[in-house]
Ligand binder design. Sequence first.
Ligand code: ASP
Length: 326
Amino acid sequence: MIIVTNNEGGSGIPTTAKLLEQGVASLDAIEAGVRLVEADEAVRTVGRGGWPNLLGEVELDASVMDGTSLRTGAVGALQGFLHPVSVARQVLERLPHELLVGEGAMRFAAEIGAQAGELLMPHARTAWRHWFEDEVSEGERNRWPDVPMADLCRHAIDPEVGRDTTVFISQDRAGNIAAGTSTSGWGWKYPGRLGDSPVIGAGSYADTRYGACACTGVGEMSIRAGTARAVVLYMKMGMSVEEAVYEAVADMRSLKGGLIGRVTIHAIDAAGGHKVVAVNGTPENYYWIWRDELASPISCRPEIIAISDDPAPKSTAHRRYEQMGL
Ligand code: ASP
């Protein structure tokens, strides 16, 4: 039995670990843990309290994958609901589909009675308002929101404003492997932007026969490299979990242009092994792990591998965030 989550998963991993210890299935234990992270307003990048998009609206992405049935459920750009991971779970349980976005996802969330609530918290509202007043020209403010947003997005977005997604990957007592993700994505993203978190195969993948992988950081990179599926496929083709993650890092080295920043790759194998690498990471990056023999989850440092000497410059939104001490 093993669970690995990124640093933002700290408020959920004790519960997931306890449930796994009691014999609860991977997917249920993950959903319970992710819900706690979504409810934790101190986590500025997941659920309530997450950073807004350019319009000042919080849009949430989440996914789950059952590695035994290979069923998935995911939602993207979901507004107004507190637990996107549970809406994603119900996509898996109730629909013949795997991914819902935007208005359709909201319609489905309302239809199943998912818990609605305000997602934009005062710190995020204040930061967005300051950005709007300081960085958007008077002419654009007067025409808002009917203004071109591509340039605003290029200058404002920064994955590290958001700090992180939460990702959980685990194996239960019966050997079932599952994955779950939840995020508000990048702060100041273009409305409707989906990161890797709801894209199965990019931000997460689980296959009980081989293992699971989930990513945080610049989702655009994991989407381009198909990272999570690639790691599991490399294990299927005979690589160890370490070799599979290194191969996925090599895939990322091949990316040309676009935004290159940090991506942390978390992976487990079916034999209880794990590997976490922070591509372009920094020394403060960490993750949580729990196994049967541990009394409680422990935090560990990932291996850091630089693939770029030229990480993206801090955006105006990131500077604003730091200046305000938010
Ligand atoms: N991977 C997330 C996304 O691209 C963000 C993050 O983990 O920092 O939306």
